[in-house]
Design a protein around this ligand. Structure first.
Ligand SMILES: Nc1ncnc2c1ncn2[C@@H]1O[C@H](COP(=O)(O)OP(=O)(O)O)[C@@H](O)[C@H]1O
Ligand SMILES: N[C@@H](CCC(=O)OP(=O)(O)O)C(=O)O
Length: 274
């Protein structure tokens, strides 16, 4: 069933806050360094890679010496403003080690609803991808407040699914602090079982998802399932797996049974072919 993953060419990889930062918000250099190496290697092998990375608020929070995630919207925006620059500087540094050029794209969700803005964003993505440059995407937190205002509604998960659709990706890989979708929140229920394959994101599956209990991650599994539903309906396979060791991306793309796979909705392909 996972054999077809080997053929995926355009791949969007989403790194959650918990995968790019330590618990105190400082950037996890070890993980980011490995991520840069693996993504460059995949790009060199002929894959087209887009990275969606969270972590701006965590990184900014630490630099501003805030002890906990800011509560008010303006404080979160200020932290994102400080942190986004830090995040990109670290990405530039690590990707440079492997002579891989990256470009920053900050998006707001309204871009996807507005045909001219959507087209402009798509042209930028295509120009970067055609030049072998890896776009690094985050939400433009300072002007788009829907993602950070309410912890439980929306986040970079859905943005990664919308981006995957925009670049006509074959595969969306969401890396997190959990190794896939469980039948119950594994942080609260130690008997929860990992689900390997989800043929369809239906109500039963949606009910298994809970929110995040970390102080930095937002949305938890609820927004990841929203993203999986969105992307699979666009004809894109989705894998949720652990971002602990980014070398796992090799195993995923080798078709190995890593994390949870959400199978693309085949009807969406029929619609596209019609
Ligand atoms: N059914 C579930 N399966 C797996 N994780 C779940 C589930 N329900 C809730 N979660 C929570 O979702 C968390 C991952 O989401 P989040 O903290 O927002 O990560 P990220 O920073 O990667 O977006 C897990 O650590 C877990 O506590
Ligand atoms: N765009 C913000 C939001 C964080 C966000 O979506 O977090 P996550 O649920 O960990 O992907 C940031 O970079 O901090």
């Amino acid at each position: 069933m996972r054999e077809k993953i080997k053929e995926a060419t355009t791949i969007v990889v989403k790194m959650g806050t918990t995968s790019v930062t330590h618990a105190n918000g400082t950037l996890d250099f070890k993980k980011l360094e490995i991520l840069a190496r693996v993504l460059t290697d995949l790009e060199n092998s002929g894959k087209k890679i887009v990275l969606v990375s969270s972590g701006a608020i965590g990184a900014g929070m630490n630099r501003m010496k805030l002890k906990e995630r800011p509560k008010t919207l303006k404080e979160k925006q200020a932290a994102a403003s400080v942190g986004q620059g830090l995040l990109m500087r670290v990405y530039h540094k690590f990707f440079d080690e492997y002579h891989q050029t990256v470009g920053q794209i900050l998006l707001t969700k309204d871009v996807f609803k507005h045909s001219i803005k959507r087209n402009n964003a798509m042209n930028t993505f295509n120009a970067l991808i055609d030049d072998g440059i890896i776009p690094i995407v985050n939400e433009n937190d300072c002007i788009a407040t829907d993602e950070i205002e309410e912890e439980c509604f929306g986040d970079n998960d859905i943005l990664s699914a919308m981006t995957a659709d925009l670049v006509s990706a074959d595969l969306l890989i969401i890396l997190s602090d959990v190794d896939g979708l469980y039948d119950d929140n594994p942080s609260l229920n130690k008997d929860a079982q990992l689900i390997r394959t989800v043929p369809q994101v239906d109500n039963k599956i949606l009910k298994s998802a809970g929110s995040s209990i970390t102080c930095l991650g937002t949305g938890g599994m609820i927004t990841k399932l929203g993203a999986a539903k969105y992307a699979t309906n666009c004809g894109i396979d989705v894998i949720i797996a652990s971002g602990d060791d980014c070398k796992t991306l090799y195993d995923i793309l080798d078709g190995q049974e890593v994390g949870t796979i959400f199978l693309r909705n085949s009807k969406s392909n029929e619609i596209i072919q019609d």
